[in-house]
Write a protein that binds this ligand. Structure first.
Ligand code: DX5
Ligand code: ZN
Length: 220
């Protein structure tokens, strides 16, 4: 089973409610919210107050991707703000097991995000505490970047790593996914597909979600 998670990073922030309604109408179930602090990544986006507002305006699953240097300090606050899924980067969290457990205890799904050049081995001990892994297929910071081609193989290896251990951990892929490669990433084992520019870069966001789902369904 795969789900489409439109990233609001590429939406018009002055018309966020409409942007959310349109992707829901298209069949998206998860809303991907990119939180950037200008330290871990060279960009600044949105934070807790916006997540709280989004929570009030939709019943979609809110997926907050924390691209911040001290995720352990804020992760539970995002759950309290209304996030259903919270991912923290393995590169910056020195107490990953503690953060993941805290996210779960607060009532949300706990995820580990991993950059393109970070080895999968860094996830080994954290996997039993994670509900999902967010595999970055671009270097985080901006929407509209090109899919790093070697990430397809990394995705397959991650799928195997999880399945070989019989773990119930979902894989989310983030960055550079669109109608031309969504079937490939689903075939390689991704279950939650983030799409920013492929959805909001189009006039008809609902239609874009529908088209992505049709293309992905070829492999299911
Ligand atoms: C990048 C973000 C992504 C981004 C994806 O740092 O984590 O979620 O919005 O955008 P596209 O789909 O345009 O690559
Ligand atoms: Zn993201």
């Amino acid at each position: 089973m795969f789900e489409i998670a439109p990233s609001i990073l590429s939406a018009d922030f002055t018309r966020l409610a409409e942007a959310i309604e349109s992707v829901k109408a298209g069949g998206a179930t998860v809303l991907h919210v990119d939180v950037m602090d200008g330290h871990f990544v060279p960009n600044i986006t949105i934070g807790l107050p916006v997540v709280k507002s989004i929570r009030r305006s939709t019943d979609m699953i809110i997926d907050t991707h924390l691209m911040i240097t001290e995720p352990g300090r804020y992760a539970v606050e995002f759950v309290e703000a209304g996030a259903d899924m919270v991912s923290v980067h393995v590169e910056v969290d020195h107490h990953l097991q503690r953060t993941l457990t805290a996210i779960r205890d607060a009532g949300a799904k706990a995820g580990v995000a991993i950059n393109p050049a970070t080895p999968l081995e860094t996830l080994t001990e954290a996997l039993p505490y994670a509900d999902f892994i967010l595999l970055m297929s671009v270097n985080p910071g901006f929407g509209g970047q090109k899919f790093v081609p070697t990430m397809l193989d990394k995705l397959r290896r991650l799928r195997r790593m999880i399945d070989d251990r019989g773990l119930d951990v979902r894989i989310e892929i983030d960055g550079g996914v669109g109608i031309n490669n969504i079937a490939e990433v689903v075939a390689a084992g991704a279950e939650i597909i983030v799409a920013g520019s492929a959805v909001y870069g189009r006039e008809d966001a609902a239609g874009a979600v529908r088209e992505l789902m049709e293309r992905a369904a070829v492999w299911v």
